[in-house]
Design a protein around this ligand. Sequence first.
Ligand code: E4P
Ligand code: PEP
Length: 339
Amino acid sequence: MHPLPTPADLSTAHSLPAATEKAVAQHRETVADVLAGRDPRLLAIVGPCSVHDPEAALEYADLLAPAARRLADDLVVVFRAYLEKPRTVAGWTGLLTSPRLDGKSDLATGLRVGRSFLTEAAATGLPLAYEFVDPALSAYVADTVTWGAIGARTVASQPHRHLASWLPMPIGMKNCVSGRLDTAVAAIQAAAHQHTLPAVSPDGRLTMLHSTGNPDTHLVLRGGPTPNYDRASVAQARAALAAAGLPERIVVDASHGNSGKDHNRQPAVVADVAAQISDGDPALVGVMIESYLADGRQDIAADIARRDLSVTDACLGWSRTEPLLESLALAARRRRARP
Ligand SMILES: O=C[C@H](O)[C@H](O)COP(=O)(O)O
Ligand SMILES: C=C(OP(=O)(O)O)C(=O)O
């Protein structure tokens, strides 16, 4: 047994400045406004599949932030700052748990390095996206996060649904790896309810929480064995949400099952979704792109990895990402201009 620092220890050592805390609260409201249709812009959740080199990921954020400001009339750009990775079977589980990429777990270091990264990333002014993989670790990171995801491998899990009912930010529920939508639809319903759940308190004690239910959950279409970003799939997803009495709001993930994990296919997915948005589909509230400094991916070899290349799923390089953001901004503008 190795005792870990408490969430309070780490949020004291790596605190969010008051101005950043305020900005996170504002970003959460903005995203909720986009989801509710009160803000006509489009969410663009963009960034690496995983952060393995914090300095390099901050360099990426330094490219993304000016583009986000330039396109802010049409897009709400959110930076994927993912520090935990769910694995289909086994593999590197992310910076938070295994910060040295050496196959060994070192949560004490990972929590410190990860928290430090998140506070710096939040200070760039970009809203942060984060997948909550281990509910026990959420207390260390949640205050920095604007948009959360419950992933395709955990969306059926009751602890994750209950966590989502308590987290104070909009949460995207991904369809299952199998492509099924009903589990994500049930997750959205479950997270809207009040629950009692065990959680780690700031002082590190296991505590019972009473959640009020999260009104800002929504569906993320990430494909399965076949893609589900096309018009027919989006219509089917809208119908499933409507049949469950849920608001029709959908984020499309251009990566994962929608690109067959081939980053070169992400531009075609984005082009298709941009056309649907230009044609006025109001349910399409956002798009996710896996993007990093360089194009492609690498295996971690002998604990060494290129800093600018993804060590998990292949990403689109920055130079191929910026034009996609432009095209999404244009689509949002066209939708807004429709009578
Ligand atoms: O997003 C990244 C991966 O798709 C996810 O972590 C699963 O990866 P795996 O199937 O290689 O384990
Ligand atoms: C693991 C991810 O996605 P999914 O849950 O859709 O596989 C991810 O977005 O990093």
